[in-house]
Design a protein around this ligand. Structure first.
Ligand code: NAD
Length: 290
C-alpha cells in the first residue's frame, strides 16, 4: 500500500480519494474547500492543512483539479520542492494536451515521474470506483500509476507518451458531444414524424443508429435505462463540462490542423446552450432546444 497525496476533492476527487483510502492506502487529502476536506476526513483520508504538508514524504501525488492552469500552479508552487525525487505524479484532471506535456517535462526536470490520466465516467463512477483511466506517460510511469488507478477504476489503459491520455479523452468526448446532438435531433424528429418514442428507441437500439448516447444515456425521459433525462436533466455530466471538453478538442484540432466539422458544430451548439444559462443541466438536456 502506498502513501498518496490527493489534491482536489470536488465532485470527482472526493469519491476517488475515498476509494483509495478504502483500498488501504494512506491518503493525505488537500482542497481549498473546508467542506470537501471534512468529507474526505469522514471517508478515511487524513486532512492536510496545506498542499505542501500533504505532499512531503509521499510515494505519489494525485491531482483532480478544474483545468490546466490549476494543475500547473499546484505543480510549480506545491509539488516541486516538496515531493522527493522519484515521486509519481498522476494528474486525473481533464486539461489541454500542451499543458499536460509541459507539466510532465517540468516534473522530469525535478527528478519526478509524471503521467496524465484523465477519466471517463462521471460522479457515480468516481464514487463507485468504476472509472476508465486513459494514461499518457512512460512504460514505467504507467506501470506505477496502474497499481494506484486500479483501486479507483474498472479499466486503466496506456494511451501513449505524456499528453496521449488527454488527447484520447478529448477525442472521446468530441465523439460523445457530436453523437449526443445527433441522437437528440433524431429522437425529436422521429416524434414529429409521428413515431412513438419507445418504438423508435427499440428499433434504433438494435440498428445502425445505436450509440452510447442512445442506449446508455437516452436523452428522452421514460425511454431506455434510467438517465438524467428521468431526473429533469439534473446531475450527470454538466453541459458546462461538455463545453469545456469541446473547447479543448477544438484547441487541439487547431494545433495539429485536424478537420473537425462535426466537433465544431457540437461546440457551437453547446456554446449556445450554456450561454442560455443551461450550463448546470446535464448535457443531454440539449434535446430541449431541438
Ligand atoms: P470540482 O469543481 O467539483 O472540483 C475541483 C476541486 O478542486 C474543488 O473542490 C476545488 O476547491 C479544488 N481546487 C481548485 N484549486 C485548487 C488548489 N489550488 N488546491 C487544492 N484544491 C483546489 O470539479 P470536478 O467535477 O471534480 O472535476 C474535476 C476534473 O475532472 C475536471 O478537470 C473535470 O473536467 C474532470 N471530469 C469531471 C467529470 C464530472 O462528471 N464531474 C467527469 C470526467 C472528468
Amino acid at each position: 500500500m502506498a502513501i498518496i497525496a490527493f489534491i482536489g476533492l470536488g465532485n470527482m476527487g472526493g469519491g476517488m480519494a475515498a476509494n483509495l483510502a478504502k483500498a488501504g492506502h494512506t491518503v493525505r487529502a488537500f482542497d481549498l474547500s473546508e467542506d470537501a476536506l471534512a468529507k474526505a476526513d469522514e471517508a478515511g483520508c487524513t486532512r492536510a492543512a496545506t498542499a505542501a504538508e500533504a505532499i512531503k514524504g509521499v510515494d505519489a501525488v494525485v491531482t483532480m483539479l478544474p483545468a490546466g492552469k490549476h494543475v500547473a500552479s499546484v505543480y510549480a508552487n506545491d509539488v516541486f520542492g516538496n515531493a522527493a525525487a522519484g515521486t509519481l505524479l498522476i494528474d486525473c484532471s481533464t486539461i489541454d494536451v500542451a499543458t499536460a506535456r509541459s507539466n510532465a517535462a517540468a516534473a522530469a526536470d525535478q527528478g519526478l515521474v509524471a503521467v496524465d490520466a484523465p477519466v471517463s465516467g462521471g460522479i457515480a463512477a468516481a464514487n463507485a470506483g468504476t472509472l476508465t483511466f486513459m494514461v499518457g506517460g512512460s512504460d514505467l510511469g504507467f506501470a506505477r500509476a496502474k497499481a494506484i488507478l486500479s483501486d479507483m477504476g474498472k479499466a486503466v489503459i496506456h494511451a501513449g507518451d505524456n499528453g496521449a491520455g488527454q488527447a484520447a479523452k478529448i477525442c472521446n468526448n468530441m465523439i460523445l458531444g457530436a453523437t449526443m446532438v445527433a441522437t437528440c435531433e433524431a429522437l425529436a424528429m422521429a416524434q414529429k414524424l409521428g413515431l412513438d418514442p419507445q418504438s423508435f428507441y427499440d428499433i434504433a437500439a438494435v440498428s445502425s443508429g445505436q450509440s452510447w448516447s442512445l442506449t446508455s444515456y437516452c436523452p428522452l425521459p421514460g425511454v431506455g435505462p434510467q438517465s438524467p433525462a428521468d431526473n429533469g436533466y439534473q446531475g450527470g455530466f454538466s453541459a458546462a463540462l461538455m463545453l469545456k471538453d469541446l473547447r479543448l478538442a477544438m484547441e487541439a484540432a487547431e494545433s495539429v490542423g485536424a478537420n473537425v466539422p462535426m466537433g465544431t458544430r457540437a461546440r457551437e451548439l453547446y456554446e449556445d446552450y450554456v450561454a442560455n444559462d443551461e450550463g448546470h443541466h446535464d448535457f443531454s438536456g440539449i434535446i430541449e432546444t431541438l
